[in-house]
Design a protein around this ligand. Structure first.
Ligand code: T68
Length: 827
């Protein structure tokens, strides 16, 4: 069977325009029924909700198709520089609503469905979100491709089509239980498999170097197994601009060789198992978000998608006669963290071994084709691959890395003669505890630019994480502060606020978020504040209804909504939030504070823990345990309630964030690279309580000190305390309120008297507390008291909230993309 491109012709119909369905209710109904009949093979009267959802999705797809094909043609013709975004994760969120918004079909679709007797909300709810990411890093990639399409910048997002995305979280007896996310099981209308663009990827085996007639060394790699990479294309529509870019996600398949093996083998079962090995590569997303596990399958995933992507661009996207010395004029590969860094030796291998370039020339090209974004400050999150594993899986790549390192260390020696300590510190190869490749160093050495994701982070990256490199190459380092897409996180998630904004300042803000500034004068307009509060209130009621239906939670819709949603990690300090809740509860039940004096608050948590992160799971358990008791205690009824809906994801974020009054961004200073949830909350009119960390610093500077609740140690203060020696138990002893709070937790009050159940968290706080929760407790409580005081004046609060919206336009991912274009991509 042939799978190559079959049809290139000058036939008059071959390049004719694609016929788009009419953008009217009639056109929509007709297309929808056609999809139901001919696509799903069913009748409206017989169809299930899933049939209807699939037909609706395919209808919307039809409206996008002409633009997609046209964008592709235009990109091929103009040969502009393309951004090849290499990311192991894309946390896309649901597609239907986004694509209806992009095509301006929301209202038409709604009426069309009504005409068919269908409630479109039911169909929207049918979509399982593609959860192909862990958290901020994956969501950032999704925001970036949205912005690039909206700005008509050529971009191909490359990644992995995991068969199972981030696990679905459920709670059993208050503990996290992970359920596989079989997101593809009911069919995925948003993807297009392209078997004709499949790619072979090799692993294992050995290398051999020979010298050819003209004295040149040539290396051949004889792998011992291969897999096929099958691309699935996803549409990435710009906002109502006729542009549709492509996200190309790779799925692993067994090769024919496996089939033959099966055919020839007496051991049929063993042969089929071999096939499973190949297909395992894209089976599941690793759910560890900041502690790389060094697992062989993960390295296979990384090389798999990177090899497919480079091959796809060089051999299938560029014209056949393209002069690769100009490669950097056509592509910049942006490395989303170190996960795709193996692309660097892969490009060297392609250029030297396959295309016959001399090493130096290949290195010059390679350096111009990559840029690297770092997303962390935690030393344990910096990826390192053992040389043993890397050499076994990718022997040629390890050789190339060694040579890159040798030449790089020569350069270091030249710049700093005699400083062998420096050479050892900067080596891409670590020697202890085992010989291993430091992927962040490899990325830094090869990349044209290295960036952090917020100003503070980029500074700490230069000063603390890669100081030797930033001294050697100061001009290589830059910052691009993260951003979020206003399409999904304002226009789609918060229709009420969007309509109010559009009524007030016009609709230009959706693609030019700086225009939100025009809202500033309205902060002083009592009528506008009233409308703004009504929007918030309606969003709260929508959330209350959702949580009642989704989670059986009963929440008072008038209380202040205080929200902390993000991955569960010690450095993010969900325990600090928990101590605040317990201390408020303690104040009331101990009789120190009359219940009537407590500002009514609903605390909402959303957080998944990596399945192997035991302490994080204990923290989840404890939050749930506290929630159970607080919610059931009449002493605080109507004053304090705690909600921890399971399975926080993009879909839930879109409901939670617009309803929030207070955004919790309370990481220990110097640990959160940027944060992006913080930006989404500010844009939706929540006030932030936060530390001087990540992008909080910039949010506070922009919205103004009076409209932000700052607390806690600064990064230098954290450093200083660490140097002095931090003793959490001493803080506990010295603060009676903290003591009372921890004692109440430790007593087993929240766990039916079971003190053992709380010990892991309590003991850690008292005896380790790596992220200085106790040290910041007092400052946090004081800041929360300021929050209560501010909330008591609704007019002043709304004024601050409006100013948060008006002054947060900077955090559009469109602006981030402009910064990347100017500082890094030059595209
Ligand atoms: C996040 N990182 C940062 N990592 O923590 C956050 N890691 O401050 C920042 O805003 C965001 O990136 C975007 O820049 C992550 O989300 C991961 O998810 C991850 C996944 C696998 C391995 C390591």
């Amino acid at each position: 069977r042939r799978i190559g491109p079959a049809f290139r012709t000058s036939h008059p119909l071959a390049s004719g325009p694609v016929v788009q369905p009419a953008p009217t209710v009639d056109g929509f109904v007709e297309t929808f029924l056609g999809e139901l009949n001919y696509g799903q093979g069913t009748l409206l009267s017989q169809s299930t909700v899933n049939d209807q959802y699939l037909a609706l999705a395919r209808t919307v797809r039809r409206y996008l198709m002409a633009d997609w094909l046209e964008t592709g043609t235009r990109r091929r013709q103009t040969q502009q520089k393309t951004v090849g975004y290499l990311s192991a994760e894309y946390l896309l969120g649901r597609q239907l609503g986004n694509n209806l918004l992009a095509t301006n079909l929301q209202d038409i679709a709604q009426v069309a469905m009504e005409r068919c007797g269908i409630d479109i909300a039911t169909l929207r709810a049918q979509e399982v979100e593609p959860g192909l990411g862990n958290g901020g890093l994956g969501r950032l990639a999704a925001c970036f491709v949205d912005s690039l399409a909206t700005m008509d910048v050529p971009c191909i997002g490359y990644g992995i089509r995991y068969e199972y995305g981030i696990f679905r979280q459920t709670f059993e007896a208050d503990r996290q239980v992970e359920v596989p996310d079989s997101w593809l099981s009911l069919g995925n209308p948003w993807e297009f498999p392209h078997p004709e663009r499949q790619v072979l990827v090799s692993f294992g085996g050995s290398t051999e170097t020979t010298t050819d007639a003209d004295g040149r060394e040539r290396c051949t790699w004889t792998p011992d197994w291969q897999v096929i990479g099958m691309p699935y294309h996803y549409m990435v529509p710009g906002h109502r601009n006729g542009v549709v870019n492509t996200l190309r996600l790779w799925s692993a398949r067994a090769t024919q060789a496996f089939d033959l093996q099966i055919f020839n083998s007496g051991d049929y079962a063993q042969a089929v198992r071999a096939q499973t090995t190949a297909e395992n590569i894209s089976k599941v997303l690793y759910p560890e978000d900041s502690t790389p596990q060094g697992k062989e399958l993960r390295l296979q995933q990384q090389y798999f998608f990177v090899a497919c992507s480079l091959h796809d661009f060089i051999d299938n996207t560029l014209p056949a006669d393209f002069d690769l010395r100009r490669l950097h004029q056509r592509i910049i590969f942006q490395l989303n963290d170190t996960h795709p860094v193996i692309a660097i030796p892969e490009l060297m291998r392609i250029l030297v071994d396959r295309k016959g370039f001399a090493w130096d020339e290949a290195w010059e090209i390679t350096q111009k084709c990559f840029a690297y974004t770092c997303h962390t400050l935690l030393p344990e999150a910096l990826e390192v691959w053992s040389a043993e594993l890397l050499g076994r899986l990718l022997p040629r790549h390890l050789e190339i890395i060694y040579r890159i390192n040798e030449e790089f260390l020569e350069e270091v020696r030249e710049a700093h003669p005699g400083d062998e300590m420096l050479v050892r510190r900067m080596s891409i190869i670590a020697e202890h505890p085992e010989r291993a490749v430091r992927m962040a160093y490899l990325a830094t050495v090869a990349a044209s630019k290295v960036n952090g994701v917020a100003e503070l982070h980029s500074q700490l990256l230069r000063d603390k994480v890669l100081p030797d490199f930033s001294r050697l190459w100061p001009e290589k380092f830059t910052n691009v502060t993260n951003g979020v897409t206003p399409r999904r996180f304002v226009r789609l998630a918060n229709r009420r606020l969007s309509d109010l904004l559009t009524e007030t300042i016009g609709d230009g803000w959706v693609t030019d978020l700086d225009r939100l500034r025009e809202l500033e004068p309205y902060a002083d307009d009592a009528g506008f504040r009233e409308q703004f509060r009504a929007v918030k209130q309606a969003n709260k009621e929508r959330l209350t209804t959702l949580l009642r239906v989704r989670d059986g939670l009963e929440l008072p819709p008038e209380a202040m909504l205080d929200v902390m949603v993000k991955r569960l990690h010690e450095y993010k300090r969900q325990t600090l939030k928990l101590l605040h809740i317990v201390s408020l509860y303690d104040d009331v039940v101990s009789g120190r504070v009359p219940a009537e004096q407590v500002t009514p608050r609903t605390f909402v948590f959303g957080a998944k823990a990596a399945p192997g992160y035991h302490l994080a799971k204990e923290i989840i358990f404890l939050i749930n345990a506290v929630a159970d008791v607080v919610n059931a205690d009449p002493a605080v009824a109507g004053r304090l309630s705690v909600a921890f809906p399971a399975n926080y994801n993009v879909t839930l974020a879109e409901k939670l964030i617009p309803a929030a009054d207070l955004s919790e961004q309370i990481s220990l200073a110097g640990k959160e690279a940027s944060g992006t949830g913080n930006m989404k909350f500010a844009l939706n009119g929540a006030l932030t309580i936060g530390t001087d960390d990540g992008a909080n610093v910039e949010i506070r500077r922009l919205v103004g000190d009076e409209h932000f609740f700052l607390f806690g140690m600064t990064e230098p203060e954290v450093e200083e305390l660490t140097a002095r020696g931090y003793t959490p138990s001493a803080v506990y002893e010295s603060d009676p309120q903290l003591r009372s709070t921890i004692d109440l937790l430790a007593s087993g009050h929240f766990t039916g008297g079971d003190r053992q159940a709380v010990a892991p968290v309590v003991d850690n706080l008292l005896h380790q507390d790596s992220f200085m929760v106790l040290a910041d407790f007092r400052a946090y409580l004081d800041a929360q008291a300021r929050v209560d005081a501010a909330y008591a004046d609704p007019d002043a609060w709304s004024r601050s909230a409006i100013l948060n919206v008006a002054r947060s336009g900077y955090f559009s991912s469109d602006r981030s993309m402009r910064d990347y274009l100017e500082r890094i991509w030059h595209a």
